[in-house]
Write a protein that binds this ligand. Structure first.
Ligand code: P53
Length: 485
């Protein structure tokens, strides 16, 4: 049985959901230069312009004022309007309330609050926008769950000071956190610092041009420090605040019982996942990373107080995403699958989604146990779900029984982790509860929602919302606190 106050809900992120990218005084974010799926491969530091020519983005001498001039009005950038939550939040939240949501996970767009990132005072229109959203949620008894940073940052900080590579970005981030912690004090209790902290690699998330391993670890160190400082500050501003980390929980299996495979799996799980949660839950760099950095000849520049900050800024809970597992093998000829964008060997025991992400509900129970055993901190499944190309049937409805099956199977395993294994679980917020833009591909047709949004990969459509079959199913799940599946 789930606790009475179990947080059933759904999850979103500003850059994939909100739109209004240049409204209400919002500044340009790195994510606003991401094009859609067809451009995906080219998008890191360049894109194809409407004549098929490659245009280099940030750092290019050809475009000095990159942060202002990179947007080509002829191109389609999914974040600019996304699915227009910006104008539709009242109706959208009413639909979530109709489903019985106890909580709603969303992120604040940093550039709505500090358009360039370095201003001395915040943008009032941005503060008002989220204030209205939180009021709207609270009106229905929906607890807002807020990610402070979900895959974006002010493009100004990226292009003028190399984003997270620059220590100064920590201070600007903390200024932003302080503003929102104070402004929304009493309205928001559950926060998360950095979304999928273990997957931040690109220009959009780190704001760093020309990445190298040494630069990566330096930027990451700044992010760890920023997160720790945010936790400390958030507790000081309101001792009721619960501030979590957010881990992409990519579960890895060893392909065989060959000890070489098993040892590799241990190594991969640490480098891909546990390094990050070890720092944020235990408050120091684990020995396996300290030694690996030494071996690579990488020295991280840190300040004297950083050790204390990491120690005192441990998170209150572990928020994590879980979509699938992957198989690790020392064999080079193994058949590889693309799940999660990270290359792993295929698992013959599992089916895969249309996007080739393996489907592994038991892996969710295993993941919950691994994290619980390692840290004994409350867990919160803040993303899970099936990306599928839903079709409107002849009766005008969307019969997404495949999504219901996916979620049901995962909830069953989640329940076993709670009932049989005694894991402490705060809540469950499936990803993209209202269809939104895919982070990995920029597509719209990779849908996760209970609520359908009429829009295609190029942003065309009425944006009208309609309830899928899964909407009514999830409504019953919530009403019965997970008993009626
Ligand atoms: P999409 C990679 C691996 C695991 C989770 O992903 C990931 C990614 C990035 O694609 O992202 C998380 O949209 C992320 C969300 C994202 C969601 O998973 O590629 O926190 O922003 O939309 C699903 O299908």
């Amino acid at each position: 049985m789930f606790k009475n106050n179990f947080l059933w809900g759904g999850a979103t992120a500003a850059n994939q959901f909100e739109g209004g990218y240049n409204l209400g005084g919002r500044g340009l974010a790195t994510s606003d230069t991401k094009t859609n799926g067809s451009m995906n491969k080219k998008r890191k530091h360049s894109f194809l312009d409407s004549n098929g020519k490659i245009v280099y983005l940030h750092g290019s001498e050809k475009i000095p004022q990159a942060y202002q001039s990179v947007i080509d009005e002829k191109m389609y950038y999914p974040s600019h309007r996304a699915v227009d939550f910006y104008h539709r939040y009242e109706d959208d939240i009413a639909l979530l309330a109709q489903m019985g949501f106890k909580c709603f996970r969303m992120s604040i767009s940093w550039t709505r609050i500090y358009p360039r990132g370095n201003e001395s005072s915040p943008n009032q229109a941005g503060l008002d926008f989220y204030d209205h959203i939180f009021d709207e949620c609270l009106k229905y008894g929906i607890e807002p769950i807020v990610t402070l940073n979900h895959f974006d940052m002010p493009i100004y900080l990226a292009d003028h000071q190399n984003g997270w590579l620059n220590r100064q970005t920590v201070e600007y981030f903390i200024q932003y956190c302080k503003t929102v912690f104070k402004y929304y004090r009493g309205k928001v209790k559950y926060w998360m610092t950095f979304n999928e902290i273990n997957l931040l690699r690109g220009y959009d998330t780190l704001g760093v041009h020309e990445m190298t391993p040494a630069r990566y670890y330096q930027a990451l160190h700044h992010i760890f420090v920023a997160s720790a400082k945010a936790v400390i500050l958030g507790h000081k501003i309101d001792s009721n605040n619960q501030i979590g980390m957010m881990l992409a929980n990519i579960l890895t299996y060893s392909k065989t019982c060959n000890p070489r495979d098993v040892a590799l799996e241990l190594d991969v799980s640490r480098k891909l996942k546990y390094f990050y949660s070890d720092v944020q839950c235990r408050g120091y760099y684990p020995s396996y990373i300290v030694n690996s950095l030494k071996q690579q000849g990488i020295t991280i520049n840190s300040l004297e107080d950083d050790d204390n900050l990491l120690k005192n800024g441990c998170v209150d809970y572990i928020g994590f995403s879980y979509y699938n597992s992957g198989v690790v093998t020392t064999r080079k000829d193994a058949e590889m699958t693309l799940g999660n964008g990270i290359k792993m060997a295929a698992n013959p025991y599992l089916k895969e989604s249309e996007w080739k992400w393996p489907i592994d509900p038991i892996g969710l129970r295993i993941s919950l146990n691994l994290l619980w055993d390692r840290y004994q901190k409350p867990l919160f499944i803040v993303e899970n779900g099936l990306g599928a190309n839903d079709q409107i049937a002849e009766d005008g409805k969307i019969h997404d029984e495949y999504r219901i099956d996916y979620l049901r199977e995962h909830i069953i395993e989640m329940k076993k982790a709670v009932d049989e294994d005694g894991v402490e679980l705060i809540g469950y917020t499936p990803w993209g509860c209202i269809d939104l833009v895919s982070a990995g591909t920029g597509e719209m047709k990779k849908r996760y929602g209970f609520i359908y949004v009429d829009m295609d990969d190029n942003g065309k459509g009425t944006l009208k919302r309609s309830c899928k079959e899964s909407f009514y199913w999830y409504q019953k799940v919530i009403k019965s606190n997970g008993e009626s599946l």
